[in-house]
Design a protein around this ligand. Structure first.
Ligand SMILES: Nc1nc2c(ncn2[C@@H]2O[C@H](COP(=O)(O)OP(=O)(O)O)[C@@H](O)[C@H]2O)c(=O)[nH]1
Ligand SMILES: [Mg+2]
Length: 333
């Protein structure tokens, strides 16, 4: 890990790719890398592009990469697919974890979900930290906005761009999934197809009705054509303007804080679980509760609550109840 970290610091993209694999595995080596490189983070701008499959996110990312590269920004792309189940990840094998520096200074990396959406977002935020430490100034993150996993994009990136297409009912889906709530910028791609202007009006109108915006103001709605390369400079300008707005309004700092808080909380949850589940399985009090569930004396929820009460205490107790203290000592928690 130390060698890879030094490699990353020297700008060796192979080392960056291997470190990302380590954080994908979410093991101790990945943690060590994040710990060592965390002080070197905090300079990158991250932009998440989400939206339904086929909306043109990848095509759009390629167009944006070209433009950022021309502006001399060191650019990296993370392609994340939260809908990809374990089997698909295994099936695609190396392709899923393909990573390349296209010789134009742009780093590209695919990440596949191997487990929960929570695990993916932890791996993605770690990968973002590594890329940030590696000196990438602009990091584009593409995720499929089809389920609940895409909400994680708002926990990982500074600016969220929602990519939709004309007349597709995408917006309704996006609203149902809650992505429309977290989007800072709405992009209607495929404006070369009919109906883009009307879709744009409909979305603007829907946004006007909304009483609150995560952005503190109404999000901008743009029409672009990634394929015909139309409206892309306006998109780059809108992304910059959104970022500046976030900076000036203090929202960027707020988001940054919320993001770190989320990461710390997620790690606390993991650490508590890692440390407790092995002894919990052998714990007499826990076993007694299981027996009671078996005898139908209590339901599983109540049994779980009794175990938590025993070792952690009540939610509102803060420091934990008196009885919990003894239990906590005995269990080594
Ligand atoms: N007509 C049209 N097709 C597009 C445009 N952008 C992307 N596409 C096509 O839409 C399909 C899906 O694009 P892709 O970038 O893979 O979508 P993703 O799944 O959101 O990443 C591809 O066949 C693209 O060529 C566009 O601006 N206009
Ligand atoms: Mg794609």
């Amino acid at each position: 890990v130390q060698v890879l970290i030094e490699g990353l610091r020297r700008g060796d993209t192979g080392a960056v790719a291997r470190l990302i694999t380590l954080v994908e595995e979410q093991g101790t080596e990945g943690r060590a890398a994040v710990a060592a490189l965390f002080p070197a983070t905090g300079k990158a701008v991250s932009v998440g592009l989400t939206g339904p499959p086929g909306a043109g996110k990848s095509t759009l990312v390629n167009c944006l990469v070209d433009r950022y590269r021309r502006r001399q920004s060191r650019t990296a792309v993370l392609a994340v697919d939260p809908s990809s189940p374990v089997t698909r990840g295994a099936l695609l094998g190396d392709r899923v974890r393909m990573s390349a520096d296209h010789g134009n200074g742009v780093f590209f990396r695919s990440m596949a979900s191997r487990g929960s959406a929570g695990g993916l977002s932890a791996a993605t935020s770690d990968a973002l930290l590594l890329l940030d430490a590696a000196g990438y100034e602009m990091i584009l993150v593409e995720t499929v906005g089809a389920g609940q996993g895409e909400l994680a994009i708002a926990e990982c990136t500074d600016v969220v761009v929602l990519v939709l297409t004309p007349h597709s009912g995408d917006l309704i889906q996006a609203m149902k999934a809650g992505v429309a709530e977290v989007a800072d910028l709405f992009v209607i791609n495929k404006a070369d197809l009919p109906g883009a202007a009307e879709t744009r009006r409909n979305i603007s109108q829907a946004l006007r009705w909304r009483s609150q915006h995560r952005l503190g103001r109404e999000p901008v709605v743009l029409t672009v054509s990634a394929e015909k390369e139309e409206g892309l400079d306006a998109l780059v300008t809108a992304i910059s303007a959104t970022y500046t707005h976030l900076q000036d309004s203090g929202l960027l700092e707020q988001r940054h804080r919320a993001r770190l808080e989320h990461q710390v909380t997620a790690r606390i949850r993991e650490a508590i679980w890692e440390r407790s589940h092995a002894w919990l399985a052998r714990d007499p009090f826990m076993q007694e509760q299981i027996e009671r569930v078996l005898r139908q004396e209590v339901d599983p929820y109540s049994a779980a609550e009794a175990v938590v009460q025993q070792y952690v205490g009540g939610v509102s107790a803060g420091m934990g109840g008196g009885a919990a203290e003894g239990g906590r000592e005995a269990s080594g928690l």
